[in-house]
Design a protein around this ligand. Structure first.
Ligand code: NAD
Ligand code: IPM
Ligand code: MN
Length: 351
């Protein structure tokens, strides 16, 4: 028997490069891992026309977790792989929590200049199954001057409440116990009102958590000027997507930003499905195949995965190895490629 049965989807571009390093580091923690690699992404699409066959999806449901590199390729029209593969997995496996820590590690250079690790330490809880990502909308008179395109944001009381509750739980477990709803209630009055009322109602059950609200435009400014304002941020799918690339930038760059598409249900319960861990970044066609991509985000996503699977000690070993590597990077780190960084972190985990 194995500790972890893992499905691996390297995907496109730098996906396979960074996933290879993530798997090396995982191997170094000494767990019994049975991993199966799935050929999904642009190459498969060109070869067979398939993005995510139903039978493959059914198989993926049987794993403990999924590790994904990235999907999307310039040779495929935008949205095909993103919607039919990545978003379909998030929706079908009910990954309603898209967990994206924004954490500045000691020694890491940030565009904020003066910022210290205690200034940039938050978790963005991005809703993962609704919002504008749900795909509602359509187009009329396409290609004519009268073309009309609509793209609606789906927000259900059920979907908002469950992610808000998750965010309150996370906030209650952190020292600062602060939750900030980020939305655009001044313009998106229907959806914003739903989010605000639910946060307000649920907050009554968490008297120890300070609740705050910030419009998304102002939040973007405060991420840069006053990141200390934020502890746990809860927000909708699209705002969370945008804010977490910004979050990655303030915490040292997109090559360091980890994420988990989490289904928080109890293992064995009806609604359980494997969670999926992936770097925040994409397939980076501009540097793909050159061995330049930073695998650190994927390695930290592996640590998140272990934490999620109830293996916090192993997760902490990986995080510590990354933290140690990042301190050294400032001085000796320049010039290392994907494999060198992966190798160095693996060595540190092995000890
Ligand atoms: P991107 O994140 O792929 O790249 C943005 C910039 O960051 C590029 O300059 C890239 O070289 C750099 N970068 C990204 N990851 C890096 C790493 N690990 N190390 C060093 N530099 C890194 O975003 P994009 O260019 O907007 O999108 C490219 C493709 O990826 C698109 O098809 C998009 O749909 C897809 N995408 C997929 C995911 C995902 O699978 N989760 C996420 C984002 C984008
Ligand atoms: C991300 C990506 C995806 C998203 C795309 C590729 C569908 O940008 O994981 O952040 O928008 O969620
Ligand atoms: Mn994104």
């Amino acid at each position: 028997s194995h500790d972890i049965r893992l499905a691996v989807i390297p995907g496109d571009g730098i996906g396979s490069e960074v996933v290879a390093e993530g798997l090396k580091v995982l191997d170094a923690v000494g767990l019994k891992v049975e991993s199966t690699t799935y050929d999904l992404g642009a190459a498969r699409y060109h070869r067979t026309g398939e993005t995510l066959p139903d039978a493959t999806l059914a198989e993926l449901r049987e794993y403990d977790a999924i590790l994904l590199g990235a999907v999307g390729d310039p040779s495929v029209p935008p949205g095909v792989l993103e919607r039919e593969l990545l978003l379909r997995l998030r929706f079908e496996l009910d990954h309603y929590v898209n967990l994206r820590p924004v954490k500045l590690f000691p020694g890491v250079a940030t565009p904020l200049g003066e910022a210290r690790p205690e200034d940039v330490d938050m978790i963005v809880v991005r809703e993962g199954t609704e919002g504008p990502y749900a795909g509602a909308g359509g187009v009329m008179r396409r290609g004519t001057p009268q073309e009309i395109a609509t793209q609606e944001s789906l927000n259900t009381a059920f979907g908002v409440e469950r992610v808000v509750r998750y965010a309150f739980d996370r906030a209650a477990a952190r020292p600062r116990k602060k939750l900030t709803l980020v939305h655009k209630t001044n313009v998106l009055t229907y959806a914003g009102d739903l989010w605000a009322r639910i946060v307000d109602r649920v907050s009554a059950e968490y008297p120890e958590v300070t609740t705050d609200y910030c419009h998304v435009d102002a939040a973007s400014m405060f991420f840069v000027t006053q990141p200390r304002r934020f502890d746990v941020v809860v927000t909708d799918n699209l705002f969370g997507d945008i804010l977490t690339d910004l979050g990655a930038a303030i915490a040292g760059g997109i090559g360091l930003a980890a994420s988990g598409n989490v289904n928080p249900a109890r293992p064995g319960s009806q609604s359980w499905a494997p969670s999926m861990f992936e770097p925040v970044h994409g397939s980076a066609p501009d540097i793909a195949g050159q061995g330049k991509a930073d695998p650190t985000a994927t390695i930290l996503s592996v640590a998140m995965m272990l934490d999620h699977l109830g293996l916090p000690k192993e997760a902490a070993r990986i995080e510590q190895a990354v933290a140690d590597d990042l301190v050294e990077r400032r001085t000796a780190g320049a010039g290392r490629g994907t494999r060198e960084i992966g190798h160095d972190i693996t060595e540190r985990v092995t000890g």
